[in-house]
Design a protein around this ligand. Structure first.
Ligand code: SAH
Length: 245
């Protein structure tokens, strides 16, 4: 069973008409989770959040086989989002799930899954691209990071139309970087708080044509050095370099 740093509620689970404090009666999966995973006892507090809303603490008032009663207060905004739009060449399915979760926990709110020459065609058929499956990974990432703001995931199955027709508007006014570990790439900057678009390639890397197309759209090729990292390692390393103080 997974641990959970935040019990993320759907807005409709918060009683209608109450503002920032409410008595919540949770049943089923939620109550089971509080009993068996969090092993909470009356008097304990659990951290809660409402999807796309505030977070806070909830005191366990009562706990029976049927339900858990919480005295819940919502008073704390979620952590600030990263000013980052991630363009990610679609990874293979297992990596996709982990990366969506990790990107969400890092605070990325805009994720564009894009095609690339070295993305295997079969990856686009994975059930992990179904909206419900994506949503589940995003929620896990939010709970991990005590966040509530659901990222948006956009899917672009063709590289050239995406870059030519959609990317210019996305990139407008932003710093645009393509992570590309070649000696001639620039050293990845340590940005402060600037709106940024970052493109990360597939396992085999972007092909030269793709890097050129991105460069024509205003992207600069950047590197973290000669170590070739897996996508799931490269993303947190790049994000930390770009945004963590
Ligand atoms: N085989 C490719 C690398 C693919 S690694 C090559 O040899 O060039 C997958 C992706 O992770 C890359 O496209 C890049 O976006 C990112 N990445 C991996 N290591 C990196 C590094 N040291 N610096 C910057 N980006 C890196």
């Amino acid at each position: 069973m997974r641990a959970m740093n935040l019990l993320l509620l759907d807005p409709q689970e918060w009683p209608a008409g109450t503002a920032d404090r409410a008595l919540l009666r949770l049943t089923g999966r939620r109550a089971d989770h509080i009993r068996t995973v969090l092993k909470a006892a009356p008097g304990d507090s659990v951290r809660i959040g409402v999807l796309d809303g505030l977070t806070g603490l909830a005191r366990v008032e009562d706990l029976s086989a049927q339900e858990v009663v919480l005295d819940a207060v919502l008073d704390t905004p979620p952590p600030p989002p990263l000013p980052l739009t991630l363009l990610l060449a679609l990874p293979r399915p297992k990596v996709l799930r982990r990366v969506l979760q990790a990107a969400t926990s890092l605070g990325i709110k805009q994720i564009h899954l894009i095609n690339s020459f070295r993305v295997e065609k079969s990856y686009w058929q994975t059930p992990f691209l179904q909206p419900d499956s994506i949503h589940q990974q995003l929620r896990l990432g939010l709970e991990q990071a005590r966040d509530t703001i659901l990222p948006q995931v956009h899917i672009h199955t063709r590289f050239k139309p995406f870059v030519e027709d959609e990317l210019p508007a996305l990139a407008m006014g932003k710093r645009c970087l393509v992570a590309h570990p070649l000696p001639e790439s620039q050293s990845c900057p340590a940005t402060l708080n600037e709106q940024t678009v970052l493109a990360v390639g597939p396992e085999g890397g972007f092909i030269p044509y793709e890097v050129e197309k991105l460069q024509q759209t205003g992207f600069t090729a950047v590197t973290l050095g000669p170590r070739i990292l897996k996508v799931e390692t490269a993303i947190p390393a790049l994000v930390a370099r770009l945004f963590f103080p």
